[in-house]
Design a protein around this ligand. Structure first.
Ligand SMILES: NC(=O)C1=CN([C@@H]2O[C@H](COP(=O)(O)OP(=O)(O)OC[C@H]3O[C@@H](n4cnc5c(N)ncnc54)[C@H](O)[C@@H]3O)[C@@H](O)[C@H]2O)C=CC1
Ligand SMILES: [Mg+2]
Ligand SMILES: [Mg+2]
Ligand SMILES: [Mg+2]
Ligand SMILES: [Zn+2]
Length: 480
């Protein structure tokens, strides 16, 4: 898996410069302007950046090499005034580069704390309610909400029916819990890029008639800014954004592929690897659809009495068909899609300068990752962290701090990412689960992330919350 890391400052400037020289002959006038704008932001040339921006406002969120925006380049090189001006012009601070890093991540990683504070700043009202909290929401792969789920509409059968037949509606096709995708090799940096194949009603309508077909209403496209429809407009059906559905069918996969006009279409066979090659937007949709479909495929019959069930509420409920079943009296969680909470933690040595990583036998050679484990019934997240770490490594843990979470649709985990501080350091691994666990020095971790000449271990892929937690720790100062 190709993992891209943040380049050294001089390296960054050099790479940008080289890329610009090599391709400038072929660039359109706009392309050249983008290059100049990005270059000005990277060098901290506020005058040139502002002039270019006032002449061509559309430059603001343009991306250059590896998906870096002007905001990211300015954040990378510590140009506070440029960041400030870009933000005042309404720059998108949540935009991510091809390594899924926001300008905030970049500023934080390189220790430009004044800039990360500026980028992380949210509404002052929130700060009054939640003082001393880092209000910046960390975004992990699989966690972007591109669609508005409109859960209130799931019970509106008439509305759902209108959406099903609507010509703008988008359908995704799943077979064996894999979405139909088209794949292309982008370049050696980005690697393979996978896109969801999108279908219209006409192309799938006879699949919808089949009894074994499962149909899930995923939501409607979110429209940004002032043009997003108000709820009253939605009620009147004015300017409604397209709805998205996922279909799971038992029709032969080869037959399904014939429906697609795009090239290189397939149903990926190894979810753990293949589902990590989508854009952030599509990954969020895949996480939602795959987890709900996995629940349907595993809970075909009523868990309470074993009778047949029927789908309701846009695919978000299964109700028992046995009128005497207990699950029909009151609300029963067996009728709704499940989510399994898993704690995943980076355990820090009491000296603040080492972290505990482990490897399972099934990991690729030399890869080490965070310890993780399912939360048990009647257990807090903090206690689950302490129990799993002690079970797997023998290390005892004291304070636990929540950092961020990640939906992990294999099939429906919610990874709850934490930092934890060890209060004992002797390691004794549970050999049933872990092959080896070790304390790594901060410097070894940094070299491994930057892929230096002698990395102590290989990082898990950037799309995993494990990768992000380790990176988060090395971006912090050593005093917790
Ligand atoms: N996104 C990421 O960065 C990472 C994600 N993960 C995910 O976290 C999950 C849990 O981690 P593990 O260390 O395997 O957990 P774990 O340490 O609790 O051990 C797994 C064992 O727990 C039992 N178990 C208890 N509740 C379960 C449930 N609801 N579903 C399945 N098994 C259950 C099973 O015997 C299973 O073999 C893995 O399935 C993996 O997919 C794990 C590490 C990194
Ligand atoms: Mg575990
Ligand atoms: Mg365990
Ligand atoms: Mg466990
Ligand atoms: Zn039942």
């Amino acid at each position: 898996m190709h993992t891209q890391v943040l380049p050294e400052p001089t390296e960054a400037a050099r790479t940008e410069g080289k890329a610009a020289r090599m391709t400038s002959l072929h660039l359109s006038a706009m392309g050249e302007m983008v290059e100049r704008f990005l270059d000005a932001a990277a060098r901290g040339d506020l005058t040139q950046a502002s002039t270019l921006l006032s002449n061509t406002p559309s430059l603001i969120n343009q991306k250059g090499y590896s998906g870096w925006t002007a905001l990211m380049l300015a954040a990378r090189n510590g140009h506070y005034n440029v960041v400030e001006v870009l933000l005042s012009h309404g720059c998108d601070k949540f935009s991510v580069n091809s390594s899924s890093q926001t300008a905030y991540d970049i500023a934080k990683f390189w220790g430009h704390r004044h800039i990360s504070n500026l980028l992380g700043r949210t509404d002052d009202g929130c700060r009054r309610v939640l003082p001393d909290t880092d209000l910046h929401q960390h975004e992990n792969y699989f966690s972007r909400e591109t669609l508005d789920r409109l859960s209130g509409k799931r019970t509106d059968k008439v509305w759902l029916e209108t959406k099903r037949n609507h010509p703008d509606t988008v359908y995704l096709l799943f077979s064996n819990l894999s979405p139909m995708v088209s794949s292309s090799q982008v370049d050696e940096h980005t690697g393979v890029e996978t896109k969801l194949c999108r279908f219209r009603y006409e192309a799938v309508k006879e699949l919808l008639q089949k009894p074994a077909t499962v149909l899930i209403f995923l939501g409607v496209e979110k429209r940004r800014g002032p043009s997003s429809p108000s709820s009253s407009q939605m009620e009147e059906g004015v300017q409604e954004p397209p709805a998205w559905f996922a279909i799971s069918t038992d029709e032969d996969a080869a037959e399904l592929l014939k429906r697609c006009r795009e090239k290189n279409c397939s149903f990926p066979k190894t979810p753990n690897r293949d589902l990590l090659t989508f854009s952030e937007e599509e990954a969020g949709i895949v996480a939602q659809a795959r987890s709900v479909l996995a629940w349907h495929s595993r809970y075909s019959f009523c868990p309470t009495c074993g009778s047949s069930t029927q789908l309701e509420e846009g695919g978000y409920k299964r109700s028992c068909l046995n009128a005497d079943c207990r699950s029909l009296k009151g609300v029963h969680n067996t009728c709704y899609p499940r989510v399994d909470p898993v704690v995943i933690m980076l355990v820090i040595h009491p000296d603040g300068n080492q972290c505990l990583l482990g490897r399972k036998k099934i990991f690729p050679a030399r890869m080490f990752s965070c310890l993780a484990g399912f939360v048990e019934p009647g257990e807090t997240m903090e206690d689950a962290v302490r129990r799993e770490v002690e079970e797997e490594s023998g290390v005892k843990v004291g304070p636990v701090q929540y950092i961020s979470c990640q939906p992990w649709p294999m099939p429906s985990n919610l990874m709850i990412g934490c930092l934890a501080v060890a209060i004992s350091t002797d390691i004794k691994v549970d050999e049933n689960e872990i092959e080896e666990a070790r304390w790594f020095q901060r410097q070894q971790v940094i070299e491994s992330l930057l892929k230096g000449p002698h990395p102590a271990f290989t990082f898990p892929p950037r799309q995993t919350i494990a990768h992000q937690l380790i990176k988060h720790w090395i971006g912090m100062n050593s005093n917790l």
